[in-house]
Design a protein around this ligand. Sequence first.
Ligand SMILES: [Ca+2]
Ligand SMILES: [Ca+2]
Length: 362
Amino acid sequence: MTPQNKDSKKKQNILALAPKPAMRVTKSVGIGIVLFLGATLIAIITPSAASAQSPCEPTATRLVTGLDTGLESAKGSTVGPDGALYVTEGAVGRISRVDPLTGEVTTFASGLPTAIISIGGAIIGGAIDVAFIDNIAYALVTLVSPDVGGSHVDGIYRVDGPDSFTVVADIGAFNLANPPPTPFVVPTGLQYALQTYRGGFLVTDGHLNRVLRVTLEGEVTVSIAFDNIVPTGLEVRGNTVYMAEAGPVPHLPQDGKVVSFESGSPTATEVASGARLLVDVEFGPANRLYALSQGIFPVGGDPGSPALPNTGALVKVNGEGTFTVITEPLDRPTSLEFIGNTAYVVNLTGEIWKIDGVSCPH
Ligand SMILES: [Ca+2]
Ligand SMILES: [Ca+2]
């Protein structure tokens, strides 16, 4: 069986996946200082003219290349207890540690089941996200089970050593036994994001359109179920869960949303809408919510295909339920983290981009 062909004949949505940004030309620090000084001098004479020349603007710098050996594959990320970035590389079955200052990449764990399918030219599956509880890493592994031609367990793997893992929750088995009411092609689903929550995890499924709650003992329950809206990234603040929605194919801007819900609530509340193919949501500076838009879905693309290159963006959630673009274009981003005031964006082509100045006025 070739899952790609199978998928392309169906109309169900398998979840869009990841993304290459064009090199952004950014002002050097030196020029920035000159502009700032210039603006200050002008401000003394004509304050209104100076306000239009603020030197504060978001700047994107490429920190890392070559993750997943440069393969186009969806990658998840988290900030570890040591303050470093941890990134899953599903195509090669690895979790890498990335120094957020120097960009140095070291292998944290390897030997996880590797991805076996691709959609729209992008590899998807294997280890797709990572999270830490009590200094122990857990990997979310998806699309590696027999229903897609694999021979492994879809679920949460505890990292016991550099090449040693224990399956703590068999999510594929849960999904096989508890199918959703929405149409699907792959009965084990396509799990996308892993988020710690009250001593356990929340897991989104972009194919089965729901969020699962999973305990460290391996108990799996449905936290909240949706229509075909394609759940993707997660964020938690207190008891409130924030979730990004890619929206159904063709991932129109009005269908890209951030919603919120409390655990146990059967319904979610819209926080903002209007950005294409959202794949992640995260709190950033000043307790503002940011989200990651993968970009424009290719016309006629198979469900689950990544967006077109260089059409993605980092966006900020506004109070009135809209988004403001902070940085564009980004090339097919798949996950977002903040360390301090700096955003880190992992993309489909094995790059990590560092974005400073996200809270500059717009
Ligand atoms: Ca994350
Ligand atoms: Ca997130």
